[in-house]
Design a protein around this ligand. Structure first.
Ligand SMILES: [Zn+2]
Length: 409
Protein backbone atom coordinates (compact mmCIF):
# COMPACT_ATOMS: atom_id res chain seq x y z
CA UNK A 1 0.00 0.00 0.00
CA UNK A 2 1.31 3.44 -0.89
CA UNK A 3 2.29 5.60 2.02
CA UNK A 4 -0.56 7.99 2.73
CA UNK A 5 -0.35 11.44 4.23
CA UNK A 6 -1.67 10.02 7.49
CA UNK A 7 1.17 7.55 7.71
CA UNK A 8 3.71 10.20 6.96
CA UNK A 9 2.32 12.42 9.68
CA UNK A 10 2.21 9.79 12.33
CA UNK A 11 5.60 8.30 11.44
CA UNK A 12 7.22 11.70 11.64
CA UNK A 13 5.65 12.14 15.05
CA UNK A 14 6.91 8.70 16.08
CA UNK A 15 10.41 9.64 14.93
CA UNK A 16 10.25 12.87 16.86
CA UNK A 17 9.08 11.43 20.15
CA UNK A 18 10.65 7.98 19.67
CA UNK A 19 7.32 6.57 20.71
CA UNK A 20 7.80 2.82 21.00
CA UNK A 21 4.20 1.82 21.62
CA UNK A 22 2.00 0.31 18.91
CA UNK A 23 -1.62 1.35 18.71
CA UNK A 24 -2.67 -1.96 20.31
CA UNK A 25 -0.27 -1.37 23.18
CA UNK A 26 -1.59 2.12 23.73
CA UNK A 27 -5.16 0.87 23.82
CA UNK A 28 -4.27 -1.74 26.42
CA UNK A 29 -3.04 0.96 28.79
CA UNK A 30 -4.98 3.63 30.69
CA UNK A 31 -4.73 7.34 29.86
CA UNK A 32 -2.89 7.80 33.14
CA UNK A 33 -0.31 5.15 32.17
CA UNK A 34 0.08 6.92 28.83
CA UNK A 35 0.55 10.21 30.66
CA UNK A 36 -2.29 11.72 28.64
CA UNK A 37 -3.50 14.24 31.20
CA UNK A 38 -4.68 17.06 28.95
CA UNK A 39 -7.55 17.20 26.51
CA UNK A 40 -5.02 17.90 23.72
CA UNK A 41 -3.18 14.67 24.52
CA UNK A 42 -6.48 12.76 24.56
CA UNK A 43 -7.48 14.27 21.22
CA UNK A 44 -4.16 13.23 19.75
CA UNK A 45 -4.60 9.66 20.96
CA UNK A 46 -8.06 9.42 19.44
CA UNK A 47 -6.77 10.93 16.20
CA UNK A 48 -4.09 8.23 16.10
CA UNK A 49 -6.60 5.47 16.75
CA UNK A 50 -8.95 6.82 14.09
CA UNK A 51 -6.10 7.08 11.59
CA UNK A 52 -5.01 3.52 12.37
CA UNK A 53 -8.56 2.24 11.96
CA UNK A 54 -8.99 4.06 8.65
CA UNK A 55 -5.66 2.87 7.32
CA UNK A 56 -6.46 -0.76 8.19
CA UNK A 57 -9.81 -0.42 6.47
CA UNK A 58 -8.14 1.21 3.50
CA UNK A 59 -5.54 -1.56 3.29
CA UNK A 60 -8.31 -4.13 3.13
CA UNK A 61 -10.17 -2.20 0.44
CA UNK A 62 -7.08 -1.61 -1.67
CA UNK A 63 -5.85 -5.15 -1.23
CA UNK A 64 -9.16 -6.56 -2.37
CA UNK A 65 -9.89 -10.29 -2.20
CA UNK A 66 -9.40 -13.23 -4.52
CA UNK A 67 -12.97 -14.41 -4.16
CA UNK A 68 -16.09 -13.78 -2.15
CA UNK A 69 -15.18 -16.33 0.51
CA UNK A 70 -11.82 -14.65 1.14
CA UNK A 71 -13.53 -11.26 1.16
CA UNK A 72 -16.02 -12.34 3.83
CA UNK A 73 -13.24 -13.83 5.91
CA UNK A 74 -10.99 -10.76 5.71
CA UNK A 75 -13.89 -8.41 6.42
CA UNK A 76 -14.90 -10.45 9.46
CA UNK A 77 -11.34 -10.47 10.79
CA UNK A 78 -11.04 -6.69 10.59
CA UNK A 79 -14.50 -6.25 12.03
CA UNK A 80 -13.74 -8.52 15.00
CA UNK A 81 -10.38 -6.90 15.64
CA UNK A 82 -12.09 -3.54 16.19
CA UNK A 83 -15.70 -4.26 17.06
CA UNK A 84 -15.77 -7.61 18.89
CA UNK A 85 -17.78 -7.17 22.08
CA UNK A 86 -15.04 -8.88 24.06
CA UNK A 87 -11.44 -7.86 23.32
CA UNK A 88 -12.26 -5.65 20.32
CA UNK A 89 -10.16 -2.47 20.24
CA UNK A 90 -13.21 -0.20 20.57
CA UNK A 91 -14.48 -1.97 23.67
CA UNK A 92 -10.94 -1.92 25.11
CA UNK A 93 -10.84 1.86 24.65
CA UNK A 94 -14.11 1.96 26.56
CA UNK A 95 -12.62 -0.17 29.36
CA UNK A 96 -9.12 1.35 29.53
CA UNK A 97 -9.55 4.98 28.49
CA UNK A 98 -13.13 6.05 29.05
CA UNK A 99 -14.22 4.27 32.23
CA UNK A 100 -11.15 5.07 34.37
CA UNK A 101 -10.78 8.62 32.96
CA UNK A 102 -10.50 11.46 35.49
CA UNK A 103 -13.54 13.62 36.13
CA UNK A 104 -12.00 16.52 34.21
CA UNK A 105 -11.14 14.49 31.12
CA UNK A 106 -14.22 12.28 31.02
CA UNK A 107 -16.62 14.50 29.01
CA UNK A 108 -14.00 15.04 26.29
CA UNK A 109 -13.03 11.35 26.24
CA UNK A 110 -16.72 10.42 26.03
CA UNK A 111 -17.30 12.71 23.05
CA UNK A 112 -14.21 11.48 21.21
CA UNK A 113 -15.18 7.88 22.00
CA UNK A 114 -18.69 8.35 20.59
CA UNK A 115 -17.27 9.85 17.43
CA UNK A 116 -14.84 6.92 17.11
CA UNK A 117 -17.66 4.45 17.61
CA UNK A 118 -19.72 6.22 14.96
CA UNK A 119 -16.87 6.01 12.47
CA UNK A 120 -16.16 2.41 13.44
CA UNK A 121 -19.58 1.48 12.08
CA UNK A 122 -17.89 1.48 8.67
CA UNK A 123 -16.13 -1.71 9.81
CA UNK A 124 -19.34 -3.72 10.16
CA UNK A 125 -18.94 -6.78 7.94
CA UNK A 126 -21.80 -6.06 5.57
CA UNK A 127 -20.55 -2.53 4.95
CA UNK A 128 -16.96 -3.66 4.46
CA UNK A 129 -18.04 -6.27 1.97
CA UNK A 130 -19.66 -3.61 -0.18
CA UNK A 131 -16.38 -1.67 -0.28
CA UNK A 132 -13.91 -4.52 -0.85
CA UNK A 133 -13.51 -5.43 -4.51
CA UNK A 134 -13.20 -9.07 -5.57
CA UNK A 135 -10.30 -9.30 -8.03
CA UNK A 136 -11.38 -9.34 -11.60
CA UNK A 137 -13.84 -6.54 -10.88
CA UNK A 138 -13.07 -2.85 -11.33
CA UNK A 139 -10.11 -1.76 -9.22
CA UNK A 140 -10.85 0.75 -6.53
CA UNK A 141 -8.69 3.82 -6.91
CA UNK A 142 -7.46 5.61 -3.83
CA UNK A 143 -8.58 9.20 -3.53
CA UNK A 144 -7.66 11.92 -1.10
CA UNK A 145 -10.45 13.08 1.12
CA UNK A 146 -10.37 15.54 3.96
CA UNK A 147 -12.54 14.56 6.90
CA UNK A 148 -13.31 16.73 9.86
CA UNK A 149 -13.05 15.16 13.28
CA UNK A 150 -14.84 16.02 16.51
CA UNK A 151 -14.23 19.13 18.60
CA UNK A 152 -10.63 19.54 19.68
CA UNK A 153 -9.35 16.86 17.34
CA UNK A 154 -7.25 18.13 14.44
CA UNK A 155 -8.58 17.32 11.00
CA UNK A 156 -6.70 14.58 9.18
CA UNK A 157 -6.26 13.71 5.56
CA UNK A 158 -7.07 10.10 4.91
CA UNK A 159 -7.52 8.02 1.81
CA UNK A 160 -10.98 6.84 0.88
CA UNK A 161 -11.97 4.43 -1.83
CA UNK A 162 -13.09 6.29 -4.93
CA UNK A 163 -16.76 5.95 -5.71
CA UNK A 164 -17.47 4.85 -9.25
CA UNK A 165 -19.87 7.59 -10.27
CA UNK A 166 -20.92 5.70 -13.39
CA UNK A 167 -22.67 2.97 -11.36
CA UNK A 168 -26.44 3.31 -11.06
CA UNK A 169 -27.50 4.67 -7.66
CA UNK A 170 -30.15 3.42 -5.25
CA UNK A 171 -33.55 4.77 -6.20
CA UNK A 172 -35.94 5.40 -3.35
CA UNK A 173 -39.56 5.86 -4.32
CA UNK A 174 -40.73 9.43 -3.68
CA UNK A 175 -43.98 9.88 -1.83
CA UNK A 176 -46.56 12.55 -2.57
CA UNK A 177 -48.92 14.70 -0.55
CA UNK A 178 -52.24 12.98 0.15
CA UNK A 179 -55.05 14.33 -2.07
CA UNK A 180 -57.14 15.26 0.99
CA UNK A 181 -54.23 17.29 2.38
CA UNK A 182 -53.67 18.89 -1.03
CA UNK A 183 -57.30 19.97 -1.29
CA UNK A 184 -57.35 21.18 2.30
CA UNK A 185 -54.27 23.33 1.66
CA UNK A 186 -55.80 24.70 -1.51
CA UNK A 187 -58.94 25.76 0.39
CA UNK A 188 -56.80 27.28 3.15
CA UNK A 189 -54.78 29.28 0.60
CA UNK A 190 -57.91 30.85 -0.87
CA UNK A 191 -59.23 31.96 2.52
CA UNK A 192 -55.83 33.09 3.77
CA UNK A 193 -55.76 35.31 0.68
CA UNK A 194 -59.06 36.83 1.83
CA UNK A 195 -57.59 37.69 5.23
CA UNK A 196 -58.99 34.76 7.21
CA UNK A 197 -56.88 33.13 9.92
CA UNK A 198 -56.60 29.38 10.62
CA UNK A 199 -57.90 28.04 13.96
CA UNK A 200 -57.74 24.50 15.32
CA UNK A 201 -59.19 22.72 18.34
CA UNK A 202 -59.40 19.34 20.06
CA UNK A 203 -60.77 16.29 18.26
CA UNK A 204 -61.92 14.83 21.57
CA UNK A 205 -64.51 17.39 22.55
CA UNK A 206 -67.00 18.05 25.33
CA UNK A 207 -70.72 17.59 24.69
CA UNK A 208 -71.10 21.27 25.55
CA UNK A 209 -68.86 22.56 22.74
CA UNK A 210 -69.94 19.92 20.23
CA UNK A 211 -73.70 20.35 20.77
CA UNK A 212 -75.08 22.68 23.46
CA UNK A 213 -73.07 25.78 22.60
CA UNK A 214 -74.04 25.30 18.94
CA UNK A 215 -77.72 25.37 19.74
CA UNK A 216 -78.17 21.65 19.13
CA UNK A 217 -80.63 20.56 21.86
CA UNK A 218 -80.65 17.06 23.28
CA UNK A 219 -83.68 16.27 21.14
CA UNK A 220 -81.79 16.90 17.88
CA UNK A 221 -81.23 13.70 15.85
CA UNK A 222 -77.48 14.45 15.58
CA UNK A 223 -77.22 13.69 19.28
CA UNK A 224 -78.53 10.20 18.74
CA UNK A 225 -76.02 7.40 19.38
CA UNK A 226 -76.27 6.48 15.74
CA UNK A 227 -74.29 9.50 14.61
CA UNK A 228 -72.03 10.31 17.52
CA UNK A 229 -69.05 8.41 18.88
CA UNK A 230 -69.18 8.96 22.63
CA UNK A 231 -66.06 8.64 24.78
CA UNK A 232 -68.28 8.95 27.87
CA UNK A 233 -71.53 10.73 28.65
CA UNK A 234 -69.82 14.14 28.63
CA UNK A 235 -67.18 13.63 25.95
CA UNK A 236 -67.41 12.83 22.23
CA UNK A 237 -65.19 12.56 19.19
CA UNK A 238 -66.28 15.84 17.59
CA UNK A 239 -68.90 15.25 14.92
CA UNK A 240 -67.93 18.47 13.10
CA UNK A 241 -65.29 21.19 13.36
CA UNK A 242 -67.91 23.71 14.54
CA UNK A 243 -66.85 23.60 18.22
CA UNK A 244 -63.67 25.39 17.12
CA UNK A 245 -65.87 28.36 16.17
CA UNK A 246 -67.15 28.67 19.74
CA UNK A 247 -63.66 28.27 21.17
CA UNK A 248 -62.32 30.94 18.79
CA UNK A 249 -65.12 33.37 19.69
CA UNK A 250 -64.36 32.86 23.38
CA UNK A 251 -60.64 33.31 22.79
CA UNK A 252 -60.54 36.25 20.36
CA UNK A 253 -63.96 37.91 20.54
CA UNK A 254 -65.22 40.02 17.62
CA UNK A 255 -64.43 40.94 14.90
CA UNK A 256 -63.36 37.48 13.80
CA UNK A 257 -62.51 35.97 10.40
CA UNK A 258 -61.38 32.36 10.68
CA UNK A 259 -61.45 28.97 9.01
CA UNK A 260 -61.20 25.71 10.97
CA UNK A 261 -59.78 22.79 9.00
CA UNK A 262 -59.63 19.41 10.72
CA UNK A 263 -60.91 15.88 11.27
CA UNK A 264 -64.42 14.95 12.35
CA UNK A 265 -65.94 11.61 13.34
CA UNK A 266 -69.34 10.00 12.87
CA UNK A 267 -70.83 6.67 13.72
CA UNK A 268 -71.64 6.00 10.07
CA UNK A 269 -71.57 2.72 8.20
CA UNK A 270 -68.73 3.04 5.70
CA UNK A 271 -69.89 3.17 2.09
CA UNK A 272 -68.86 5.05 -1.05
CA UNK A 273 -69.90 8.41 0.40
CA UNK A 274 -69.58 7.87 4.17
CA UNK A 275 -66.50 7.34 6.33
CA UNK A 276 -66.16 7.16 10.11
CA UNK A 277 -63.40 9.78 9.97
CA UNK A 278 -63.43 12.62 7.48
CA UNK A 279 -62.14 16.17 7.08
CA UNK A 280 -64.01 19.43 7.24
CA UNK A 281 -63.23 23.08 6.73
CA UNK A 282 -65.54 25.50 8.46
CA UNK A 283 -65.49 29.23 8.07
CA UNK A 284 -66.76 31.99 10.34
CA UNK A 285 -66.94 35.74 9.88
CA UNK A 286 -68.18 37.94 12.72
CA UNK A 287 -68.23 41.70 12.51
CA UNK A 288 -70.58 44.66 12.69
CA UNK A 289 -72.94 44.96 9.70
CA UNK A 290 -72.33 41.48 8.29
CA UNK A 291 -75.15 40.44 5.98
CA UNK A 292 -76.17 37.48 3.86
CA UNK A 293 -74.77 39.38 0.86
CA UNK A 294 -71.26 39.10 2.38
CA UNK A 295 -71.76 35.36 2.75
CA UNK A 296 -72.95 34.97 -0.84
CA UNK A 297 -70.17 37.12 -2.26
CA UNK A 298 -67.41 35.34 -0.36
CA UNK A 299 -68.60 31.80 -1.11
CA UNK A 300 -69.23 32.62 -4.77
CA UNK A 301 -65.65 33.93 -5.02
CA UNK A 302 -64.32 30.85 -3.21
CA UNK A 303 -66.24 28.37 -5.40
CA UNK A 304 -64.96 30.01 -8.60
CA UNK A 305 -61.40 30.09 -7.28
CA UNK A 306 -61.57 26.40 -6.41
CA UNK A 307 -63.63 24.89 -9.23
CA UNK A 308 -62.82 27.38 -11.99
CA UNK A 309 -64.34 30.56 -13.40
CA UNK A 310 -66.83 28.71 -15.59
CA UNK A 311 -69.02 27.39 -12.76
CA UNK A 312 -72.20 29.07 -11.59
CA UNK A 313 -73.34 29.13 -7.96
CA UNK A 314 -76.81 28.85 -6.51
CA UNK A 315 -78.10 29.23 -2.94
CA UNK A 316 -81.12 27.27 -1.71
CA UNK A 317 -82.77 27.47 1.72
CA UNK A 318 -81.99 24.76 4.26
CA UNK A 319 -82.01 24.16 8.01
CA UNK A 320 -79.19 23.96 10.57
CA UNK A 321 -79.69 24.57 14.29
CA UNK A 322 -76.66 26.88 14.50
CA UNK A 323 -77.56 29.23 11.63
CA UNK A 324 -80.65 31.31 10.89
CA UNK A 325 -81.40 31.64 8.02
CA UNK A 326 -79.57 28.61 6.68
CA UNK A 327 -78.72 27.74 3.10
CA UNK A 328 -76.93 25.32 0.89
CA UNK A 329 -74.51 26.32 -1.81
CA UNK A 330 -74.74 24.41 -5.09
CA UNK A 331 -72.45 24.77 -8.05
CA UNK A 332 -73.19 23.96 -11.67
CA UNK A 333 -72.01 20.38 -12.30
CA UNK A 334 -68.28 20.38 -13.12
CA UNK A 335 -68.63 17.11 -15.08
CA UNK A 336 -71.42 17.98 -17.51
CA UNK A 337 -71.30 21.78 -17.34
CA UNK A 338 -74.95 21.85 -16.20
CA UNK A 339 -76.31 19.60 -18.95
CA UNK A 340 -77.21 16.79 -16.54
CA UNK A 341 -75.27 13.59 -15.86
CA UNK A 342 -74.92 10.67 -13.41
CA UNK A 343 -72.94 12.74 -10.87
CA UNK A 344 -75.50 15.56 -10.64
CA UNK A 345 -78.40 13.13 -10.92
CA UNK A 346 -79.40 14.86 -14.20
CA UNK A 347 -80.13 18.12 -12.36
CA UNK A 348 -77.08 20.06 -13.57
CA UNK A 349 -76.37 21.19 -9.98
CA UNK A 350 -74.31 19.69 -7.16
CA UNK A 351 -74.71 20.73 -3.54
CA UNK A 352 -71.28 21.42 -2.05
CA UNK A 353 -71.69 22.99 1.39
CA UNK A 354 -74.02 24.23 4.09
CA UNK A 355 -73.95 27.83 5.24
CA UNK A 356 -75.98 30.55 6.91
CA UNK A 357 -76.09 33.52 9.25
CA UNK A 358 -74.81 32.56 12.71
CA UNK A 359 -77.71 32.02 15.14
CA UNK A 360 -77.78 34.79 17.80
CA UNK A 361 -77.85 32.07 20.50
CA UNK A 362 -74.51 30.70 19.15
CA UNK A 363 -72.90 34.16 19.20
CA UNK A 364 -74.09 34.56 22.78
CA UNK A 365 -72.52 31.20 23.73
CA UNK A 366 -69.25 32.48 22.24
CA UNK A 367 -69.43 35.57 24.43
CA UNK A 368 -70.33 37.93 21.57
CA UNK A 369 -73.21 40.42 21.79
CA UNK A 370 -75.70 39.51 19.00
CA UNK A 371 -77.26 42.96 19.15
CA UNK A 372 -73.97 44.53 18.11
CA UNK A 373 -72.42 41.85 15.92
CA UNK A 374 -73.64 39.45 13.29
CA UNK A 375 -71.85 36.73 11.40
CA UNK A 376 -71.99 34.06 8.75
CA UNK A 377 -70.57 30.55 8.70
CA UNK A 378 -70.14 27.64 6.35
CA UNK A 379 -68.98 24.03 6.58
CA UNK A 380 -67.72 21.78 3.81
CA UNK A 381 -66.44 18.22 3.50
CA UNK A 382 -62.87 18.09 2.19
CA UNK A 383 -63.19 14.52 0.85
CA UNK A 384 -66.25 15.57 -1.09
CA UNK A 385 -64.36 18.46 -2.64
CA UNK A 386 -61.47 16.15 -3.51
CA UNK A 387 -63.89 13.64 -5.05
CA UNK A 388 -65.40 16.33 -7.24
CA UNK A 389 -62.09 17.85 -8.18
CA UNK A 390 -60.48 14.54 -9.17
CA UNK A 391 -63.62 12.62 -10.25
CA UNK A 392 -63.27 9.97 -7.52
CA UNK A 393 -66.36 7.87 -6.88
CA UNK A 394 -65.51 6.17 -3.57
CA UNK A 395 -64.57 8.01 -0.36
CA UNK A 396 -63.01 4.81 1.03
CA UNK A 397 -60.11 5.12 -1.44
CA UNK A 398 -58.71 8.02 0.59
CA UNK A 399 -58.11 5.85 3.63
CA UNK A 400 -57.06 2.54 2.12
CA UNK A 401 -53.44 3.60 1.60
CA UNK A 402 -53.27 1.95 -1.82
CA UNK A 403 -50.15 3.34 -3.48
CA UNK A 404 -51.62 2.79 -6.96
CA UNK A 405 -54.37 5.24 -6.01
CA UNK A 406 -52.23 7.74 -4.09
CA UNK A 407 -49.39 8.00 -6.62
CA UNK A 408 -51.77 9.57 -9.14
CA UNK A 409 -51.80 12.85 -7.20
ZN1 LIG B 1 -73.60 16.67 -14.17
Amino acid sequence: MAESETDRRSSSRHARTRDPLSIDEKISRTLKDLEATTSEAVAELFAEVTAAMESERQALIEGGAADERERSQKAKELRDRWLARKGGLVSMIDENWLKPASKELKPGVGRAFNELRRRAAALETDRLIQDVPVRGGAAALPQQATLKFGAGVPSLKITEAATDLTLPGFRRPLGSIHPVTQVMREIEEIFLGLGFAIESGPEIESVYYNFDALNIPETHPARDDWDTLYVNSETVLRTHTSPVQIRAMEKHGAPLYIICPGKAYRHDNPDSTHATMFHQVEGLAVDTDISFADLKGTLDYFARKFFGDKIKTNFTPSFFPFTEPSGELSISCVFCGGEGCRVCKESGWVEVMGCGMVHPEVLRHGGIDPDRYSGWAFGLGVERFAMMKYDINDIQLFQQGDVRFLEQF
